[in-house]
Structure formats: structure tokens, C-alpha cells
Ligand binder design. Structure first.
Ligand SMILES: C[S@@+](CC[C@H](N)C(=O)[O-])C[C@H]1O[C@@H](n2cnc3c(N)ncnc32)[C@H](O)[C@@H]1O
Length: 265
């Protein structure tokens, strides 16, 4: 009965939001949504669904609960220094005059990841040689990202020099540089449903693929590989190694980095 209630919910929820819960690991998702349903006092998913059809706020709260938005600046700092030294600097050295590097922070949450990239690019004098796209499924978190205000915890890996350069502190919050903020293009985007742009030099997609089923991940790796330029880099999270990258035309480039190989002939 409970299983049927949840699968009916999954079906109807997809029709309503275009989000396919079947592409997320089931046990984890079910646990999270059951907690949400119980907290809101609904006896079944069917009654929750009925209420969500007219109550936008409830729908938004549920979307918030569906995904975990935790992020921080320079998450796994040593990976960011590898990104800078091994990949971004060489990309800049090879960049033809007048061209721009194309970067995508996919599932960017509240903006810490694209803004970390902006600080890195600014220190390399590369902001005007770059285009940075940042996307997430969750509109509310994107609004937060565009505001760019953070509590201390999100900055625990940010040195005091960088804090001085790129943040102002006011009323308990750190506010990210408006100038760098304005260079990031934020957009709502569902990695599991929407089409991808292509021609990226670097795609950062970290700490979201862990929520997806193996099948959804396989499709996603293929789409990322297609979206990269030959030689472009995919940067994944610290529990998200790709076990057979060659089938996507990717090769390991460093720990948690994959390079798109030149097109096969
Ligand atoms: C844990 S955060 C990761 C943030 C950042 N990438 C990092 O590693 O710090 C996961 C993000 O994935 C987003 N997300 C979940 N499913 C998604 C999907 N299908 N398409 C795009 N973003 C999704 C969530 O809204 C959430 O903001």
C-alpha cells in the first residue's frame, strides 16, 4: 500500500514538475520525503500531492527538502589548487587572443562553487577571458546564490586575505563581491531532463551525482562528455569517481578530474 502510494506520487509529481524521482536513489529519497510528509501532517503521499497542487509554498518546501543544498567555498581545497595549477593555468596559456574559456558549475547550490571559481579566475587575471554559467534545479537556492550572502561556516576554507579581497562583512553575514557576482550567469536547469549547451572547457559537477541511480549517472556522464570540448575537463566530487571513463570518451586527468579525449576517428 505504502509502495503504491509512493509510486503514484512519483508519477504525478513528474507530470507536475518534470522532475523524475525514479532517477534518484530510491531508499534515500523515500526516507527524506516520508519525513517531510509526516512533519507536514499528511497521512499519505496522495493527500500531500493534492495539497501541493494548489499550495505553491508547500511544493517549494518539498523541492527544497528533496535535495540537499549544503555547499562551501573551496570544498576540498587541495582539489581547487589542482584545478588552478594543472588545468586552468594551462588553458589560459593556450587560449587564443580574443577567445574566452567557457565554464559551467552544474548543481551549483547557493553559489559557493561558481564564486570560488570566480576568485580563482580573478587572481589569475582571467575574469574577462571567461564565461561562467551556474545552474541548479532549485529556484530558491539560485535566488540565494544570486544574493551571495553567507554565514561564517561556508567560508571556513577561505583565507583571511581572500576574505578581505572578496567579501564585506555586515550583520553577521559575509557578502560576496558584487563585481564578480555580476559576471556569473545563473540559470535554473535540471541535469536529468534538460538539454546541455556545449563547447565547455570545464564542467564542475560535484556532490549531486551521489543522489542519482547508476542509470541516470551513465546518461549524465555521456551528456557531460558531449558538452565538453575535446581536451575539456570534468571535475567531480570526492565520492564520485567514474569507474569506466573510457566508455564516455573521458580519461582520468587527476584525482576527481576527467579529460575529454580527442574525437575518435
Ligand atoms: C549538495 S549540493 C552540491 C553543491 C555544490 N556542487 C558542492 O559540491 O558544494 C547538491 C545540489 O544539487 C542540486 N540538484 C539536485 N538534483 C538536481 C538536478 N536533477 N539537476 C540540477 N541540480 C540538481 C540541488 O538542488 C543542490 O543544490
Amino acid at each position: 500500500m505504502e509502495d503504491r502510494d509512493f509510486s503514484y506520487f512519483t508519477e504525478q509529481f513528474k507530470a507536475m514538475t518534470a522532475i523524475d524521482l525514479n532517477l534518484y536513489k530510491e531508499a534515500q529519497m523515500k526516507r527524506r520525503l516520508t519525513m517531510f510528509r509526516q512533519k507536514k501532517g499528511f497521512a499519505s503521499f496522495q493527500t500531500l500531492l493534492g495539497e501541493m497542487r494548489t499550495n505553491k509554498q508547500l511544493l517549494n518546501e518539498m523541492l527544497d527538502r528533496m535535495t540537499i543544498n549544503v555547499s562551501e567555498f573551496f570544498r576540498n581545497p587541495e582539489r581547487w589548487s589542482t584545478l588552478e595549477k594543472e588545468f586552468v593555468i594551462p588553458m589560459l596559456q593556450k587560449l587564443p587572443d580574443g577567445s574566452k574559456l567557457k565554464f559551467w558549475s552544474a548543481a551549483c547550490s547557493s553559489g559557493e562553487e561558481p564564486y570560488t571559481l570566480m576568485m580563482l579566475l580573478d587572481r589569475l587575471g582571467a575574469v574577462n577571458k571567461s564565461e561562467v554559467l551556474a545552474t541548479d534545479l532549485d529556484k530558491a537556492i539560485l535566488n540565494k546564490a544570486m544574493q551571495g550572502s553567507y554565514v561564517e561556516r561556508a567560508l571556513r576554507e577561505v583565507s583571511s586575505d581572500l576574505r578581505k579581497l572578496y567579501f564585506t562583512y555586515d550583520q553577521g553575514m559575509y557578502h560576496f563581491s558584487p563585481q564578480l557576482k555580476s559576471k556569473v550567469v545563473f540559470r535554473q536547469h535540471n541535469l536529468l531532463e534538460d538539454s546541455f549547451e556545449n563547447g565547455f572547457d570545464l564542467i564542475i559537477c560535484r556532490n549531486v551525482m551521489i543522489y542519482f541511480t547508476e542509470e541516470a549517472k551513465r546518461k549524465l556522464y555521456q551528456k557531460f562528455a558531449t558538452a565538453l570540448k575535446p581536451g575539456g575537463i570534468l571535475f567531480v566530487g570526492s565520492t564520485e569517481q567514474i569507474f569506466t571513463p573510457a566508455i564516455y570518451n573521458l580519461e582520468p586527468a587527476d584525482t576527481f578530474f576527467y579529460r575529454k579525449m580527442a574525437t575518435r576517428v
